[in-house]
Design a protein around this ligand. Sequence first.
Ligand code: C5P
Length: 287
Amino acid sequence: MRGVELESPAKINWFLHIGSKRDDGYHELETVFQQIDLHDIIEIREAPSMSIVCSHPGVPADRENLAWRAWELMAERYGLPSVRITIHKNIPAAAGLAGGSSNAAAVLRGLTRMFEPEVDDADLAEIALTLGSDVPFFLHEGAAYGRGRGERLDPVDPPRDVPLLLLFPPEPVSTARAFSLLADMREPGKAAAFIGRDAAIALLRGPVSEMVGRTRNDLEPAAAEIAPSVARARAAAERLAGVTAVRMSGSGSTVWVAFDDREARSRAAKVLKREWTITEANIVRPA
Ligand code: C5P
């Protein structure tokens, strides 16, 4: 029986600008996605029937799981056999880290490697977008400037080594709810400004504090309304020494904190872990 094992990394957004709502219900956006070294492990084995195994209670083991739908789309199109997908979960759900999207992309990559169907990059990207706006990014490595729903991707150089801490507020945020609340909070007809790819690339070369000062996460006010602990997490991080930037990732509720150096991060971790669930994270660069 054939099988593969893959890493399925989380992402953060360095910034997230949300433009106007389109006729299809999605919002135009501008972001830089960044993979980090927090990852799930996905095992795929050929099996007599389709199943998902995951020890984590919050992860659905049926068609509700994007990983299952990733297999289904590939199986329908390319006549692939059933598999057992085992997900070793480390990335929290509904946290703005795109764990489910990353798992789905890992299944697309894994099935392609195992069964070598006649699929090119454009087909895979199209299937990925059917699964979700964040899925196409995980067909690549490192960092990418994203437009459209998040599928028009340009690989970019990540910033230099930035020590990060992730703070996980106890309340999850549903992406659909954050977008819909943002639409309610906005003045009609008023969409946020985009900075453009060249400006984003220039900002990634400079200090993270400057990038954060010149960009926004437009979903943060809506997410903080849904999950008040997002604002508390931000305030707790901002009080600490050696912190260069604090921002919510994606639609939340995870807040990332960037530090001057690893020592400052270690000191901050000792303080934060008394009250918050945290983890250290580092940027993934393309191999
Ligand atoms: O694409 P995905 O299924 O991850 O999106 C979840 C929800 O987030 C969508 O149903 C939509 O409400 C919202 N969304 C949006 N604009 C985007 C991405 C997501 O409005 N560009």
